[in-house]
Ligand binder design. Sequence first.
Ligand SMILES: [Zn+2]
Length: 183
Amino acid sequence: MDYPVIYEVDRDGVITHVNDAWNHFARENDSPNLIADEVIGSKLADHISSIELRHLFQAVYERARIEETFITLPFRCDSPDTERLLEMRITPLQTDGLQFTINPISLSTREPIHLLNMNLDHSHGLISMCSWCKSIQVKENQWEELSAAIKDLGIFETSELPRITHGICKPCGEKFLREGLTA
Ligand SMILES: [Zn+2]
């Protein structure tokens, strides 16, 4: 990964700019649909899968615009062999758009987790993962830390991998809404 990853949206949430690090990130995550040529001119919200997350982001964008200051959000974005804690800085632009800058807080390598390898077949069932803390929903209203959940759900080291949908777990959602975000 190269850092910082930078992208910008206009006042309507349409992506207007991505940097080379973004393209590198898209290629590394095997997402050719996210390379600059494809992504510029599309709505950022269309790339966010869950409704809760879209609402949360909307609240963050509005706050950045109203307060005319940047907001930082820590989030987990693991690859199969690296635990990545990143920080997203959302800065309002003069044009009423927003700039997003992503930098690493900490990166640590670990044994590869197949669940996160998107090159493998993920067609067996569906699980929800929190975009912030990477916990996994094991039951309704119950989320567990990634490696614990993989053990409990018995999906460790299996060739039958579920698809992952990204959302936000209850503790992270409540934390953001209650305490706001560290600026
Ligand atoms: Zn969470």
